[in-house]
Design a protein around this ligand. Structure first.
Ligand code: C2E
Ligand code: CA
Ligand code: CA
Ligand code: CA
Length: 279
């Protein structure tokens, strides 16, 4: 038993060693990914209750030459720890605004709102307001079409600074959505103080709507709360017509999920908007 125990320890040592090596390698490659133009934005459609396109969420993708497509969950955390999220976040903002500019010039995409994910590190930079304003101006876009997705935990960090930052951006017309809502601890009391436009119901509550009466209750409460604050509500991770129907019956007005479309490259996204498309 002693011998086996020692082997087990050695086995885990080796596994940990491998994990560390893999991590260091990935981090090295992440440093070069921007220069090598390996990032892409994919766009996931957001619709209203009648299925009409309202906008999209921009989701980053890392196209690695050997590893293939690396999903954000495998590198965003690392990017945050190393502050690489700052140049990457700026690249996302720039690319999103350039895309909005193109959309503004054509009929079917003219009014689409583009939601961009902002990380805590980015948001708490002293020059965040300046950077967003400069990017919006550089691309000459209507700031109302840009929606920043923030999470509860990052807003709680320093509520007074948060409110100041949000108000400064609100002044130029930028919109705010509270991402992953329901997973944190925000009270109505404090939500009231934030100049939000939208609350996004986390997909973990949407997933089990059909089977879990607790989740149905939570979703109903979140929507009622949003209505009390005069905020839009969007549900993410909507995969079935049953989920969509329940959400709509309870007052949800905006929808996002595989039921309407997966995140796709811009050409594919634009093709989805053509009224004469097949199927
Ligand atoms: P998120 O902001 O909560 O994004 C929603 C995630 O759910 C996306 O995963 C999306 O592809 C996925 N999703 C959408 N519809 C469905 C559905 O119907 N069913 C299921 N099961 N999943 C669905 P993705 O693209 O892998 O992104 C993961 C996370 O990475 C995002 O979560 C966000 O926190 C982060 N992220 C993505 N892009 C960016 C970015 O540009 N900047 C920052 N800071 N974070 C980003
Ligand atoms: Ca998001
Ligand atoms: Ca989310
Ligand atoms: Ca999430």
């Amino acid at each position: 038993a002693k011998q086996a125990g020692r082997n087990t320890v050695r086995f885990f040592d080796q596994q940990m060693q491998d994990a560390v090596t893999a991590r260091v390698a990935l981090e090295g490659e992440l440093h070069k990914a921007l220069d090598r133009q390996q990032f892409r934005l994919h766009y996931q459609i957001q619709v209203d209750a009648s299925g009409r396109p309202l906008g999209a969420e921009a989701l980053i993708r890392w196209m690695h030459p050997e590893r293939g497509l690396v999903p954000p969950d495998q590198f965003i955390g690392m990017a945050e720890e190393t502050d690489l999220i700052l140049p990457i976040g700026q690249w996302v903002m720039d690319t999103a605004c350039a895309q909005l500019k193109t959309w503004q010039q054509h009929a079917p995409t003219r009014d689409l709102v583009l939601a961009v994910n902002v990380s805590a590190t980015q948001f708490h930079q002293l020059d965040f307001v300046f950077q967003v304003r400069a990017t919006v101006q550089r691309h000459a876009i209507d700031p109302k079409l840009l929606k920043l997705e923030l999470t509860e935990s990052m807003l709680l960090e320093n509520i007074e600074d948060t409110i100041r930052t949000m108000n400064a951006l609100k002044e130029i017309g930028v919109q705010f959505s509270l991402d992953d809502f329901g997973t944190g601890y925000s009270s109505l009391q404090y939500l009231k103080r934030l100049p939000l436009d939208q609350i996004k119901i986390d997909q973990s509550f949407v997933r089990d709507i059909a089977s879990d009466s607790n989740d149905r209750e939570i979703v109903g409460t979140i929507i009622a709360m949003a209505q009390n604050l005069y905020l839009d509500v969007i549900a993410e991770g909507v995969e079935t017509e049953e989920q969509r129907q329940f959400l709509q019956d309870n007052g949800c007005t905006h929808f996002q999920g595989y039921l309407f479309g997966k995140p796709v490259p811009v050409e594919q996204f634009e093709a989805m908007l053509q009224p004469d498309r097949a199927s």
